[in-house]
Design a protein around this ligand. Structure first.
Ligand code: S3P
Length: 426
């Protein structure tokens, strides 16, 4: 149980753990590359540990030096071997979907499964296009849900127009495309995060980008790389929100990833009236890094939809919390994808915020929040979803009376030291 009381004004300079999306990809590309991949500032969260374990079961040697430094000894695709046990992805959607792209073209049998949340998440979005490439995948409900069984083999490139803007779908197909015959092209309705594209280039792959699509030629091999993982802007977002929820506060997060496909939350906080300063400092393995400062002030409601949604999809729970303190109405639309995240985040955000007295309506593809409302302390539930747990904990900083969050252990999926950092802000 995590307990959070009302916050006092703070002015802090902090760091957050490494980016989850980039940490997964560094292990995966390192595993299929030839040579050594050294990874620094790796996220020591549960999701990324599952990725490491899956690749160890596939025969890849991965050495750990402390919690955040790893060496992956890749031997190319040939270095992967048939696992003698099922591959457990835990709670991680990125692990299962990207891994399927690698397994589809690997000439052996494997099975993948995860926790109760993973078993509810849609897999047809990757299974169906992989089958079009020639993959043999079976699973629960005809392969629409995990557990899934893969008999890997030869693939052929396809041109795929994804109905959803999803980096997991895009990345799965690009990884499969690396082993397929000919070219694989993926087009999506809105641009999703492009970490796979950036990292593939850093590992020496050739990609063709343009007109909302990315293509990869099959038969390319990757070369091991040195990856330094930027701080996760999705974790930093909880600290930015804290600064907005506690009047008079300011926070700087150093060395955070500022890839434009991930910074939608900064644009939205700015349009709500927050002071947001981004100072780019470096590029790490093709990823822009910088220091980001956020300070509060009077906030107003905003409308968020369209292309912005994939740029802040994981930040919507905490955006909803901030919106309860903004003057006027906040409308979040085009975000039906929230229903198929670690929990149904439209339902879980609305349910938990209402327990605190917030005015929140669920719509078919988003949320409508009326503000400002004064939040009351309450017993809240993470629903086993790390981002719901953290969003509700941060809401406690703005509430009268203590917030208690049940199921807070889920937070270790992406931000293992969250509770310690939050304590500094109370
Ligand atoms: C991720 C992509 C997003 C995001 C998830 C991580 C990734 O999911 O919500 O937390 O690492 O590729 P979708 O691709 O399903 O939108």
């Amino acid at each position: 149980m995590l307990r959070v009381g009302r916050g006092k004004a703070f002015n802090k300079v902090l760091r957050v753990p490494g980016d989850k999306s980039i940490s997964h990809r560094a292990v995966m590309l390192g595993a299929i590359a030839d040579g050594t991949t050294r990874i620094e500032n790796f996220l020591p969260g549960d999701d990324c540990h599952h990725t490491i374990e899956c690749f160890q079961r596939l025969g890849v040697k991965i050495e750990r030096e402390g919690a955040t430094t790893l060496t992956v000894h890749g031997k190319g695709w040939k270095g992967l071997r048939e696992p003698d046990q099922c591959l457990d992805v835990g709670n991680s959607g990125t692990t299962i979907r990207l891994l399927l792209g690698i397994l589809a073209g690997s000439p052996f049998f494997s099975t993948v499964y995860g926790d109760a949340s993973i078993a509810r998440r849609p897999m047809a979005r990757v299974v169906e296009p992989l089958r079009r490439m020639g993959a043999r995948i079976d699973g629960r409900a005809g392969g629409r849900f995990a557990p899934l069984a893969v008999r890997g083999g030869e693939l052929k490139g396809i041109e795929y127009h994804s109905p959803v803007a999803s980096a997991q779908v895009k990345s799965c197909l690009l990884l499969a495309g690396l082993r397929a015959e000919g070219w694989t092209k993926v087009k999506e309705p809105h641009p999703s995060r492009d970490h796979t594209e950036r990292m593939l280039k850093a590992f020496g792959a050739e990609l063709s980008l343009g007109e909302g699509a990315v293509s990869v030629r099959g038969g390319q091999s990757l070369a091991g790389c040195h990856v330094r993982v930027p701080g996760d802007i999705s974790s930093a977002a909880f600290l930015f929100a804290a600064a907005l929820l506690v009047p008079g506060s300011r926070v700087t997060v150093r060395d955070v990833g500022i890839n434009p496909t991930r910074t939608g939350i900064l644009d939205v906080f700015r349009s709500m009236g927050a002071e947001v300063t981004v100072t780019p400092t470096d590029q790490w393995c093709g990823e822009p890094v910088g220091d980001v400062t956020v300070a509060g002030g009077p906030l107003r409601g905003v409308e968020v939809g369209g292309d912005l949604i994939p740029r802040l999809i994981d930040e919507i729970p905490v955006l909803a919390v901030v919106a309860t303190q903004a003057e006027g109405r906040t409308v979040i639309r085009d975000a039906a994808e929230l229903k198929v995240k670690e929990s149904n985040r439209i339902a879980t955000v609305a349910e938990e915020l209402r327990k605190m007295g917030a005015q929140v309506d669920e719509t078919s593809d988003g949320l409508i929040i009326e503000g400002p409302t004064s939040l009351q302390g309450a017993l809240l539930d993470s629903h086993g979803d790390h981002r719901i747990g953290m969003a509700m904990a941060v809401a406690g900083l703005a509430s009268e009376g203590e917030v208690r969050v049940k199921g807070a252990e889920a937070i270790s999926v992406s931000f293992p030291n969250f509770a310690e950092i939050l304590k500094e802000l109370e």
